[in-house]
Design a protein around this ligand. Structure first.
Ligand SMILES: Cc1cc2nc3c(=O)[nH]c(=O)nc-3n(C[C@H](O)[C@H](O)[C@H](O)COP(=O)(O)O)c2cc1C
Length: 203
């Protein structure tokens, strides 16, 4: 939900278990631009959250702190940015497992990602899998009733375009990621009327 000072809240979810994850670095870059555009940005590093596998029927309280944090952040977001590594031609399992926890939002007044803008990022070792991964995430976001931002960023040959900490070092891809961060804030501000933001912020 919109932060206390009425700013839009953008939640970024991503990264892998690999030290120096490029998908996490790409997400940092996009979220930084979202923050520069006036949004409050929260980064959820999937390595840090250390999520167990989603288990149908297990209550939320039965999971650890990481799952609770993830679900609350997804619920409170005005917009999201998802960033995955491409594994075996599609999105990595760690990303899909995190998204499966959106099931806990299914009974909300505003279910799943209903009406929320979602930006998509992938990084890959080769040329093709990143686009496939983003394409697969489009289906997931649509199933969750979200609105996919019409610019998706796929960073191919990420080993070449990132440093040891996962930061994207290529100017062209860096600018695309920043453009996505700005676009998500712009679209979310149009989908979340000012009156709603002020009302929610003062609630
Ligand atoms: C298990 C595994 C499967 C992968 N499969 C593909 C693939 O099908 N296509 C591809 O281009 N890169 C593939 N890669 C490379 C990763 O997409 C690439 O290293 C990516 O940047 C990793 O993201 P990270 O830096 O966030 O860990 C694979 C890597 C791993 C570990």
């Amino acid at each position: 939900m919109t932060s206390k000072d009425g700013k839009l809240k953008v939640v970024g979810i991503g990264g892998t278990l690999r030290e120096g994850s490029s998908s996490l670095g790409a997400l940092r870059r996009a979220l930084g631009a979202a923050r520069d555009s006036g949004a409050e940005a929260e980064l959820l590093d999937l390595k840090e959250l250390d999520l167990p596998m989603y288990e149908p029927g297990r209550p939320l309280e039965g999971y650890g702190e990481g799952v609770g944090r993830l679900v609350e952040a997804m619920r409170g977001a005005d917009a999201l940015i998802l960033s995955t590594a491409a594994y075996h031609g599609t999105l990595a399992g760690i990303t899909k497992n995190a998204l499966d926890f959106a099931q806990f939002l299914g009974g909300d007044e505003r279910p799943y990602f209903d009406g929320k803008v979602v930006g998509l990022i992938s990084t890959a070792g080769g040329e093709m899998a990143g686009s496939n991964a983003n394409g697969a995430m489009v289906h997931v976001v649509h199933a969750l009733r979200g609105t996919v931002a019409p610019l998706m960023v796929s960073v191919p040959r990420a080993w070449k375009f990132s440093d040891g900490d996962g930061n994207i070092t290529d100017d062209g891809y860096g600018e695309k990621l920043e453009g996505l961060g700005r676009l998500v804030v712009d679209l979310a501000s149009r989908l979340t009327p000012e009156e709603d933001r002020v009302l929610r912020a003062s609630a």
